[in-house]
Design a protein around this ligand. Structure first.
Ligand SMILES: NC(=O)c1ccc[n+]([C@@H]2O[C@H](COP(=O)([O-])OP(=O)(O)OC[C@H]3O[C@@H](n4cnc5c(N)ncnc54)[C@H](O)[C@@H]3O)[C@@H](O)[C@H]2O)c1
Length: 324
């Protein structure tokens, strides 16, 4: 990799990728319109020479300018608001599927053939096998977000097959760590800052998920990218830890750390919302076979996230709550 375009490069994961690539001496271009990303997250990267292409990824001229001169794209831009997908039935189609198609076309126009794509463990819907391997069937989608990511994976596979692209597709569990701005840990933290005496929990608190520390995720992506080089094809990797926690465990870590003992009110039901998966636990044997392993456990990653909240109150308490 010599020059890399990071779409969504001002977001939680994208900005972390940007910093890491710059550390490795790689030139970086960032495309973002800051709808959920933050200028603070890329201030350091811009100082170190990253180029910013500011605007909507659906602006084809902007995208063409951003991809020019790049050999690789980390396509991390997306609408990552899973929970409210049904309120905007075509948002995931436009922001995720069509945006991915546009990225592939922009790459094809300039001869860039390597794409690293942030898909999601949600593509498995409600699988029957746990931990779920990459080869598990996923005939039924349970969210518009995951459906749009399946479509993105399909497009990348077709470009790999038809145009010789190298597509590296990562199905992440939920991530935690510095610059985390959406998900249940920040929702609970903000709610408890507002009212430490009461916490409302979607679902029954028994939803069980796996989480991964963002720096471990970035290391895994770079490990797979280095492994495949320019090898044509679509290469799919689950990224996660081998453990899971239930929502109640997360709440205990957060409330202990904040020193609060709220009355906990649960909405009930096995899901946090329509389309929420009650259990996500991915088989990560394939990425581990490349020599990668996570450095933080899930409780450590939650603690690391809370550390970051305390250093950045202006960012953390500034935004309206969202959940994904
Ligand atoms: N965070 C997770 O737990 C998680 C889990 C699975 C998959 N993913 C995927 O990883 C990727 C990055 O997620 P994240 O957590 O960093 O989210 P994020 O919201 O922090 O980052 C997305 C970035 O894309 C930008 N963006 C969105 N739409 C845009 C548009 N139309 N034009 C230009 N910029 C736009 C946003 O401003 C933001 O900076 C996404 O594709 C997401 O679906 C995230």
């Amino acid at each position: 990799m010599e020059r890399v375009l990071i779409t969504g490069g001002a977001g939680f994961i994208g900005s972390t990728v940007a910093d890491r690539l710059l550390d490795d001496g790689i030139q970086v271009a960032i495309l973002d319109d800051f709808r959920t990303g933050r200028r603070e997250f890329i201030a350091g990267a811009l100082e170190r020479g990253a180029d910013l292409f500011e605007g909507d990824i659906l602006d084809r001229d902007l995208l063409a300018g951003a991809v020019a001169g790049c050999d690789t794209v980390f396509h991390l831009q997306a609408n990552a608001d899973v929970r409210h997908g049904l309120d905007h039935p075509q948002r995931d189609l436009h922001q995720n599927t069509i945006a991915t198609s546009n990225v592939l076309e922009a790459m094809r126009a300039v001869g860039a053939k390597r794409i690293c794509f942030s898909s999601t463990g949600s593509v498995y819907g409600e699988p029957e096998v746990f931990p779920t391997p990459e080869g598990a069937p996923f005939p039924v989608q349970t969210s518009l977000y995951a459906a749009s990511k399946v479509a993105g994976e399909g497009l990348i596979g077709a470009y790999a097959h038809g145009y010789g692209f190298t597509g590296i597709i990562f199905r992440f569990v939920s991530l935690l760590g510095e610059r985390y701005t959406h998900g249940h840990v920040i929702d609970f933290y903000r709610a408890l800052k507002r009212d430490p005496s009461h916490l409302y929990v979607l679902g029954d608190g028994r939803q069980e998920k796996s989480y991964l520390y963002v720096q471990d995720c970035v290391e895994a992506m770079l490990t797979a990218a280095a492994h495949h080089g320019d090898e044509p094809g679509a290469h799919v990797y689950n990224l996660g830890t081998d453990a899971t926690v239930v929502v109640d465990d997360s709440i205990a870590i957060i409330t202990d750390r904040m020193g609060v003992t709220p009355a906990i009110e649960k909405e009930g039901g096995t899901r946090g919302w329509a389309g929420d998966s009650p259990l996500i636990h991915l088989d990560t044997t394939k990425i581990r076979s490349l020599g990668w392993s996570p450095t933080l456990t899930i409780p450590e990653a939650i603690e690391r996230t809370l550390d970051w909240f305390e250093t950045e109150p202006a960012i953390v308490l500034d935004q309206e709550p969202t959940t994904s």
